[in-house]
Design a protein around this ligand. Structure first.
Ligand code: CA
Length: 364
């Protein structure tokens, strides 16, 4: 009896091995095929956002939940909102040094380290989210980003996209380019550098101070993100002129790991992080679409009016973007290379966008 059972078992294992391609050792459990059986790995991830920050923050929490589910609990990411483990804008250095394992933030915050990093967030009056995704994945964007971040022992993934951001809230209407002269505006990144060329004084302020500065007239205008996040800041109460966007046409958010730590993970865990990051990028983009639409409806109920910047201002901004690009390219070889790659992809993709989505959006 015993021998017959043994033979039957051996045949069954052999058949299963043939069907699944697994080795006998795997099926008999001598070699783990299930990542859940591996030693539990825990990673610390800090964000630049406050706890429960809508879309950008809650999306990271969902990312951590997905990673845990997909890994059968063997990979756990503990998410720390800003200022819990490290200050909001110290996450890059803390991950680079290995103090923490990963961060969620935006690449343009690190342009002081390398001006080229600002481009990984996108370019004013440049490509939109779908085009930027094409550049990153198929046009060499990721290769350049990973090459430049490797100097800081970092390995980046896209971690969301805001879609087109609004042009901002103004205390007075902007009827011509001349109306911008001398205005103080809270606006970061390359958009701020372009605005400076149009006569604006770009100012950086912590999120918590913008409303009061706008209310008191210490600043004349601010940009933030879009209806979903702007409505919560209450800007409409003190700066009622809300303008359509040009300076952040599809800002890429980042999910970046300490490179050595990332490479020390198993192949399965790395694959899980890769696809969970892609899911986060798509989900955040879709959630922004949904939440912005709903908030826009509310803003309209509150009496907010939407304006377009005057044509002379947009024409001047287009010229100023080129000036900023030329100046930065002269100063930084990295900026020059990243911009060249981006520009080549823009020239490739724009004719297609123009005859596909742009045509369709104009007639529907
Ligand atoms: Ca913004």
């Amino acid at each position: 009896m015993k021998r017959r059972d043994f033979v039957k078992g051996a045949v069954a294992v052999g058949a299963a091995a043939t069907l699944t391609g697994c080795t006998r050792e795997m099926i008999e459990g001598k070699k783990s095929v299930n990542v859940a059986r591996r030693k539990k790995v825990k990673l610390k991830l800090a964000t630049s956002w406050p706890a429960n920050f809508p879309i950008m923050g809650t999306g990271v929490d969902r990312f951590a939940e997905k990673v845990k589910a997909m890994s059968g609990g063997s990979l756990e990411i503990k998410v720390y909102p800003k200022n819990i483990l490290v200050p909001a804008l110290a996450v890059f250095d803390a991950t680079s040094s290995g103090q923490i394992d990963a961060f969620h933030s935006g690449p343009y915050y690190w342009k002081g380290k390398n001006p080229a990093f600002a481009l990984f967030s996108g370019l004013p009056l440049g490509m939109v989210a779908s085009e930027l995704n094409g550049w990153m994945n198929y046009g060499g964007g990721y290769d350049l980003w990973r090459e430049l971040y490797a100097r800081y022992n970092l390995y980046p993934f896209m971690g969301g996209n805001t879609g087109v951001q609004m042009g901002g809230w103004f205390r007075k209407p902007i009827e011509s380019l001349a109306d911008l002269k001398g205005l103080k505006m809270r606006i970061p990144g390359l958009g701020g550098e372009v605005m400076a060329k149009l006569g604006v004084n770009p100012i950086l302020l912590p999120a918590g101070e913008i409303y009061t500065a706008l209310e008191r007239g210490t600043i004349d205008a601010t940009e933030w993100v879009g209806p979903a996040l702007d409505i919560r800041m209450g800007f409409y109460k003190v700066a009622p002129y809300y303008y359509t966007g040009w300076h952040e046409p599809g800002s890429i958010l980042e999910l970046t790991f300490n490179k050595a730590r990332f490479e020390s993970l198993s192949k399965e865990h790395r694959a899980i992080l890769h696809y969970a990051a892609e899911a986060m990028t798509t989900e955040m983009y879709h959630e922004f679409m949904d939440q912005n639409a709903k908030a826009l409806e509310k803003l309209k109920e509150l009496g907010v009016k939407i304006y377009d910047f005057p044509p002379d201002m947009i024409a001047a901004a287009k010229k100023a973007v080129q000036e900023v690009v030329e100046e930065q390219s002269a100063k930084s070889e990295d900026f020059k290379r990243v911009y060249a790659s981006m520009e080549a992809y823009y020239r490739l993709v724009k004719p297609w966008t123009d005859i596909s989505e742009a045509k369709y959006l104009a007639i529907r």
